[in-house]
Design a binder for this molecule. Structure first.
Ligand code: PGA
Length: 275
């Protein structure tokens, strides 16, 4: 069987930075320097800036993502944002970022229901998983990530979602070791790649549609300088970038490196077709 040719994706997570006006200006500056259609590019500003950023990115080929979504369709949930509210503003959504697991006590169950809701509304979920440094030191990293994926898949099924169905094929997973987020420390490329393989095996074991085709991104202190370490790994399909995604020069460097991988993959695919 031929190995799948997965797309290369660079997503920027702006976290709680930028006002709507600042976000639109930043999105415009970044879009100009990441004009590389071989790479799928996504910017995830705060909720209140989705509208201004969506407007700023029209015609650029850069997609807009939200940083979170509520698991219920609607109801008495003060301060929350539903998937339906995101339609027209965002086409992607990050689910289960470790900062939300930690600060908002999001569980695998809740996160699986968010993924189900996102898929139901045609939003492309980026499901974030990863271990803490204590879990890694205890030798539990693989088990933690497996549990996070299994928990999300179980919750998705319980919520009426079908991990084997065609909608589920739009899932993207971001492996983000918690100890690497915002710390300046990164995982080693080979370790992150091994985790990406484990993620696809775990998805296959829970019956996920086309598990081999699910893109797995690395996240955690990715910069233009460190991007190559991850983008050179065939098992990794891009990056979820936090701090560096607020800097146009950094994003330019990361996407430029990602485009080398994307081009190499499409050349390999073309060569296979002519064989
Ligand atoms: P970082 O954040 O790149 O600032 O480490 C990554 C993330 O939290 O997605």
């Amino acid at each position: 069987m031929m190995a799948p040719v997965r797309p290369v994706i660079v997503a920027g997570n702006w976290k709680m930075h930028t006002t709507p006006t600042e976000a639109a200006a930043l999105a415009r500056s970044i879009a100009v320097v990441i004009d590389e259609p071989t790479v799928t590019r996504v910017l995830c500003p705060p909720f209140v800036a989705l509208g201004s950023v969506a407007g700023a990115l029209v015609g650029t080929g850069v997609a807009v993502g939200a940083q979170n979504v509520h698991h219920e369709a609607s109801g008495a949930h003060t301060g929350e944002i539903s998937a339906a509210m995101l339609e027209g503003l965002a086409t992607w959504v990050i689910c289960g970022h470790s900062e939300r697991r930690r600060e908002a006590c999001e569980t695998d169950d809740l996160i699986g229901r968010k993924v189900a809701r996102a898929l139901e509304h045609g939003l492309r979920p980026i499901l974030a998983v990863g271990e803490t440094s204590d879990q890694r030191d205890a030798g539990d990293a693989a088990r933690v990530v497996e549990r996070q994926l299994e928990g999300a898949a179980t919750a998705l099924r319980a919520a009426g979602g079908d991990p084997t169905g065609p909608a589920a094929a739009s899932l993207v997973v971001a492996y983000e070791p918690v100890w690497a987020i915002g710390t300046g420390r990164t995982a080693h490329g080979v370790d992150a790649a091994a985790m990406a393989d484990l993620i696809r095996m775990t998805l296959a074991s829970v019956g996920w549609a086309s598990a081999d085709d699910v893109p797995v991104l690395y996240g955690g202190s990715v910069t233009a300088a460190s991007a190559a370490e991850f983008l050179a790994e065939p098992s990794l399909d891009g990056a979820l970038v936090g701090g560096a995604s607020l800097k146009p020069d950094e994003m330019a460097g990361i996407v430029a490196r990602a485009s080398l991988t994307a081009r190499a993959r499409s050349e390999t695919a073309a060569a296979r077709r002519t064989r």
